[in-house]
Design a protein around this ligand. Sequence first.
Ligand code: PLP
Length: 395
Amino acid sequence: MTDTPARYGGDTVRTEMLGYGGQSITEQDKEAVAEALDGDYITRGPTVEAFEERVADVVGVEHAIATTSGTTALHLAGRAAGFGEGDEVITTPLTFASTAHAATYAGAKPVFADIERERRTLDPEAVQEQITENTAGLIPMHYGGHPADIEGLLDVADDHDLTVIWDACHGFGGTWNGEGLGAQRDMAIFSFHPVKNITTGEGGMVITDDDYLAKRLRRLRSFDMDYDPVGHADEPWYQVVEGEGYNYNVTDMQAALGLAQLDRLEDFKARRDEIIDRYDDAFAGISGLRTPPIAEDADPFYHLYAVEIREEFGCDRSEFVKAMHDENIGVQVHYVPLHYHPFFQDEYGYEKGDFAVAEEVYDGLVSLPLFPEMTTSDVEDVVAAVRRLHVYHTK
Ligand SMILES: Cc1ncc(COP(=O)(O)O)c(C=O)c1O
C-alpha cells in the first residue's frame, strides 16, 4: 500500500465497502426465528412477553413494553407522559429527529437546549434557561451510548416537576453508577434497528418502573383498547376504545430474534470494547482528531465511535468523509443538528446559529465503523486510512 490516500491517487486501503454499523446474525438467531414461526402466534404472543421480561431484567426495571421501533417507542412514551397542545418539552439538538417527535407527535412543542462540550449531551444549565411555565418534560439522549448528566438533569426535572423520557437508543446494555442505563425515572426507550447494540430487524422498547405508565403504554400500543372492562362480565366479546391508540405490536418472530441476540449481549459488548480500545490507542497521538469522551462512573455499551476532526488534523470533516469513502470505508455523521432541518425551522422558528456548542461539535463529527462483526483486518483498515490521511495533510 502506498502512503498516498486513494482520494489523491493512491491505492484504496480495502476493496470492499465497510459500513459504519451492522447486525450480527448467527444460525441460532435463524433457528429461533424459524421456531417462532412454528408457534401458535406469529403476532404478539408469549415470545414477545418473554423478550420484554428479559429486557426488563437486563436493565433492572419493572416493566418493558415492546414496540415496532425506537420511533414508535418515543411516540408511546410522549403520549403516556401526557404531553399535549401548549406543552413544551426540552431536548437536545444533537440527535435523530425521532427524539423530538416524542413531543411533536403529541402536539407539544420541542424546545432545544444546547449540549455539554465534553459529553455531547443535553446540558442541565442550558435546560434550566429554557424552562417556562409550559415546560412539561425532558428528553435527554445518551449520545453514542455515553450517559448524559443523569444527576444534573434529574435535579432540574425534580425542581420543575418534569416527566423525563431518556432516549437510550444508543446505550442498551450499558450501566451507570451500577444501574442499568435507562433504569432512571420516568421512562426510557431503546431501538433494536440493525445498527444498534442488539437487533430485532426493526423494533423498540419502552421501559419504566411506574405501574400506571406501563399500563398506559401497553394500552396505547394496542389501539387504546380494553378487552376486559369492568361491568361487562356477561359480554366476553366486549371491547372499549378509550382513546386514540395505535397498532405498534411486534411479532413473536422479532422477539425470538431479540431473545437470541440477548444471549450474546456480553460478547457484543466485549467486541465493541476491543475495537474502541484499539481506536483509542491508535488515534491517541493524532493531532486534530478528538476521540470520544470516556465515561465516569459508568460502563457504557457504546453504539458509536464518533470522533471530531479539527483543524490540526490537516483537512476538514467534509474532506475526511470523502477521503474515507474513497478508501471504501463507510463513515457516517450523527447527526445534522435538528435545528438545521426545514421541519424544525419552519414549524418552530429555529435557525442555524441557535446552539453554538452543538454546532461546533457537529462541524467536526464523524462516526467511524463500529460493530461486532468487524474483523481485526477491518479495524486495521480504518486505522491505516485515518493515519495516512493525517500524514498526507500534515507532511
Ligand atoms: C437517538 C435515536 N433516537 C431514536 C431513533 C429511532 O429509532 P428507530 O430507527 O428504531 O425508529 C434512533 C435511530 O436511529 C436514534 O439513533
